[in-house]
Design a protein around this ligand. Sequence first.
Ligand SMILES: Nc1ncnc2c1ncn2[C@@H]1O[C@H](COP(=O)(O)OP(=O)(O)OP(=O)(O)O)[C@@H](O)[C@H]1O
Length: 631
Amino acid sequence: MATACSSLPDPPPRTYFGCPQAQTRRQAAATKRKHQVSSGAPPTKRRNEIASLSAKETSDKETARTFKGNVHKTFPPKKSWDSTGNGRQEKPCIKTSSLFKNNPEIPELHRAVVKQAREQVFSPEAFQELDLHPHLISTINTVLKMSSMTSVQKQSIPVLLEGKDALVRSQTGSGKTLAYCIPVVQSLQALTSKIQRSDGPYALILVPTRELALQSFDTVQKLLKPFTWIVPGVLMGGEKRKSEKARIRKGINILISTPGRLVDHIRSTKNIHFSRIRWLVVDEADRILDLGFEKDITVILNAVNAECQKRQNVLLSATLTEGVTRLADISLQNPVSISVLDQIWEQPNPKEDTSTHLDSFAIPESLDQHVVLVPSKLRLVCLAAFILQKCKFEKAQKMIVFFSSCELVEFHYTVFVHTLSCRSGAPTSEQLPSASWPLKFLRLHGNMEQEERTSVFYEFSHSRTGVLLCTDVAARGLDLPQVTWIVQYSAPSSPAEYIHRIGRTARIGCHGSSLLILAPSEAEYVNSLSSHKINVSEIKMEDILAVLTKDDCFKRRQRGAQKSHATDSQEIRERATVLQTVFEDYVHSSERMVSWAKKGLTLGGRPGIGTSLCSLKSCSQNTQVVWRPAA
Ligand SMILES: Nc1ncnc2c1ncn2[C@@H]1O[C@H](COP(=O)(O)OP(=O)(O)OP(=O)(O)O)[C@@H](O)[C@H]1O
């Protein structure tokens, strides 16, 4: 696997945590480093306090308090780093970054259980029952390998085949792409004067991101297999304008584009015209607006209206926001409104405020949603433990982790690749437990070159396992098969964002799960989700960290054959600290990594990352995080 960035330092690859001796050496080095950072040591007063307690007493008390979330105390006494001069050194007691100290209290979560909106994914009807060209039906059956329609397809396709405009709303992963692609292909192949490539666009499909453009293009291309005279094409940022201009000149009949790139061509490409447009489709309308493309959409609508008035318009969205309704008002004419919510939701209770109905989102029934409250300093180890638990100790899991910025993605990707991945050769039995899977990390964000974005997208799509670290670039409509877990490391900016992120799993009736990681001060967010009829159940942080006891890689190394008398929670705490030390050690292996960690912290990060990794001095401060929606 490629390293995160060619400009990054590339220390020798480590297999997991390496051998026990190497681990001890790293712990020692980390300890030494920390001792050298004089400001990182606890103040004298506190050290004296600590010295008056026995190590075990201290640890037990501290662990117990931490897991209750009420921590204001102490640290195991630090042994000095004592060189005897004969080459033997007294190994230090593991020095922690005070991971379990000075953390805010973890509040009890009291959430109201609400009735979630539900949609039936599949309808009993088959595509054969539609009035489609037989070759189109056989392509759906044999190329796409689909026979039954989903509910949204069952409701939308006949309406669109009748020539009406439509506003289509249905949950993530319910098959909206085919709900408009099938009618578009059916109507264009049936035109009496056969379409010529040089005619230019008959259908314009707007999607929010490049990956989604590729995905929709792929679907259209498959459907067009029997209708070779209709040429599809994709325009998206990141590609060479010159080659796009050449393709436009040759002719594209079904044009799929991101709004920004199309506006670019409207302004600068002579040969682009919309005089024959029959279809205008805005897919993922809510995401297009979220990304600030409203102005671009207006430019496109004006350009199309100027050349052609008579066409069919379709707007599709998983969530119905105010913006989508506004966009529907300006772009659709007498639309049919299609929603797949269960009957019970379609007839709102007269006593119920209708605004709650509008703000409620349908979530796939097969999606289990969880939340965990984690103090800032423990977030990184908690995330790592969760990844290990799911993707290393459990079979065939595929996970997406969402971050709020490209810098955070790059930072975590580099740290994880260099500390958790098995990159060089097969792991030895001592390093890894027998029932373990190799960990593969990928990352996807908007600052990557388009070529790499595309290749990561395809690699993750086709892989059965792996962990994709990404920004919301991956939340928008992407269909990444078999994703089993969605983790939100940075809180979403809105409930709609939450829905789109978790919607990358449990698609088309499959089972999936999600985990939202919140700081204790963000606990209120769970009630905000409840108000949108979204239910999450709590997982305790210590249950996630407990996975570290499954693997002796995380065991604190002691001199001689001393027996550990640690309680379970103390053992977990010590192992979390070993893991944290590995991360800190890696970050401190170069100035560049340290400054990168700080950058990640300032550009969209939270104090957790910085306090635990790049600023040992400030980590002794009790950091309270105020929830700010991710940008
Ligand atoms: N009738 C069908 N039978 C089986 N699979 C289907 C059917 N229709 C679509 N699919 C598959 O379901 C998956 C999800 O479809 P699609 O991406 O269109 O969902 P969506 O509703 O647009 O989701 P999102 O709102 O997240 O963009 C795709 O892999 C698609 O191939």
